[in-house]
Design a protein around this ligand. Structure first.
Ligand code: SF4
Ligand code: SF4
Length: 447
């Protein structure tokens, strides 16, 4: 029987989000355990592949989660369009696990949206799912629990403008450059997005290493409309300039905002209105405290705004300023779903068409990284919480799975060697391991 301390020891963090330590989440007692298998980012499909190819270990992990949270039942929230996969899962489902077929909309995988869709419960603004007696985990995290061993690999989809789109399992610390090369980009001049097209971030350095929560690498031809918008989003001055010039306050952004539709206070058109009357800087203005409930899905910017403005960034920049100043929302949120919520969902087909993604529609097979990388750069902070402190020294030999850094009693995650190798260098932020055959135990002692 595994315990929460084992999950901590194996360094398991939320593989689908910001890397929150899983042992903390599973420390809560809940009525319902929900599996987030919605995978709502266009073009990403590694969770689907995990469920198909690692079914037994996934269900083993799910059983551990149900037992640890003392949940009475579990729900797997998955897109109804995956009919074959649902049939496959049904054949393995224990009686306490139900499958909920989600409509194909964005962002079905937003945790709070998923809870509403699968249970009808509305998690209030600023509250955690446990306030509704629910714990949510994503597919890869549950698989990692079912494997009952340290996390040394990450699953990700490589897609977009590539000859061989694929989902693959790679050692943590391998560079994006090496992973992308396997899929063979079809254009010379390209931009890479880390994560999905909606919430992903532009990659600034292809030598960045894969971490525990890297979920996708998407290759876009230089100048693709999506990367141009994401580029604009990175520049607060541009966000303010564009917003001040052209927002006509039509409020479409708020009408379609998934959090606003659940009665949360966020109203992107109000963030844009605030911009019209500001000097264009984003300060911790309490009038904008509604933005604290923005989930950063970017739907308002990429799909709702008819003027091509950046309301999500206006919300996000306000939200960050408010968080920095530790400001809170003091009004009374409705926390009740809008009566028309079901009719205001954004169909995935529309997202694909609007963002010019149909030409990349693909579903490559699941594969593994060929052989062992020559070297890996393992970051000491791949999670929420304190960075880990190295417990190895330069020159040490380590076997794959050996602990190389720890957070001790602090919130965070233990870090393990992804490959057999020699510790080449240790910096403030990472440990570099070069692959080699391990010496016999006696030689290791001498070394
Ligand atoms: S940001 Fe766009 S959608 Fe929102 S109010 Fe302004 S013009 Fe309308
Ligand atoms: S990014 Fe826009 S649509 Fe998404 S939650 Fe924030 S305000 Fe709403």
């Amino acid at each position: 029987m595994i315990k929460a301390t084992d999950i901590k020891e194996w360094g398991i963090v939320g593989a689908g989000g910001a890397g929150f330590p899983t042992y903390v989440k599973l420390g809560a007692e809940a009525e319902i355990f929900i599996v987030n298998a919605a995978e709502c980012e266009p073009l990403l499909h590694k969770d689907k592949e995990i469920l198909f190819h690692h079914t037994a270990q996934f269900f083993q992990g799910l059983a551990h989660c149900i037992r640890l949270t003392r949940a009475k039942r579990a729900i797997i929230g998955i897109k109804g369009k995956y009919k074959e996969l649902i049939k496959h899962l049904q054949a393995h489902c224990p009686p306490e696990v139900a499958i909920f077929a989600l409509r194909n909309f964005y962002p079905a995988g937003d945790e709070i949206t998923l809870i509403y869709e699968t249970t009808g419960r509305v998690v209030g603004a600023g509250e955690l799912p446990i306030s509704q007696q629910v714990v949510v985990q994503n597919v890869e995290t549950i698989l990692n629990i079912g494997r009952e061993r340290p996390v040394t690999t990450s699953f990700l989809t490589v897609g977009g403008a590539v000859a061989h789109p694929m989902s693959l399992e790679v050692p943590i610390g391998v560079s994006f450059r090496e992973v992308i090369a396997l899929a063979q980009p079809t254009c010379e001049d390209y931009t890479v997005m880390i994560g999905g097209p909606m919430m992903g971030k532009l990659c600034e350095d292809l030598d960045t290493p894969v971490v525990k929560n890297t979920g996708g690498l998407l290759v876009f031809p230089k100048g693709h409309q999506l990367t141009a918008i994401h580029q604009d989003m990175l520049d607060p001055g541009r966000v303010a300039k564009i917003g001040k010039a052209a927002c006509d306050q039509c409020s479409m952004c708020s009408e379609l905002c998934p959090r606003s539709l659940l009665g949360h206070p966020v109203k992107p058109h109000l963030a844009m209105r605030g911009l019209l009357f500001s000097d264009g800087s984003f300060t911790a203005d309490e009038q904008q405290a509604h933005t604290l409930s923005c989930c950063e899905c970017n739907l308002c910017t990429l799909m709702a705004c008819p003027e091509g403005l950046l309301p999500s960034q206006s919300c996000i920049l306000n939200k960050r300023a408010l968080i920095r100043e530790k400001k809170r929302f003091t009004g009374t949120p409705e926390n009740q779903a809008h009566p028309l919520i079901a009719y205001r969902r954004m169909p995935m087909e529309r997202v694909m068409a609007r963002l010019d993604l149909n030409r990349f529609r693909n579903s490559g097979p699941l594969t593994t990284f060929p052989g062992t990388p020559h070297q890996v750069t393992v970051l000491l902070q791949q999670h929420i919480g304190a960075p880990a402190t190295p417990v190895v020294r330069q020159g040490d030999f380590v076997a794959a799975g050996t602990k190389i850094a720890t957070v001790g009693d602090q919130l965070g995650a233990e870090i393990h060697a992804p490959i057999n190798g020699n510790i080449q260098a240790i910096s403030k932020t990472s440990i570099l391991i070069t692959h080699c055959q391990l010496p016999e135990p006696k030689q290791a002692e001498d070394a």
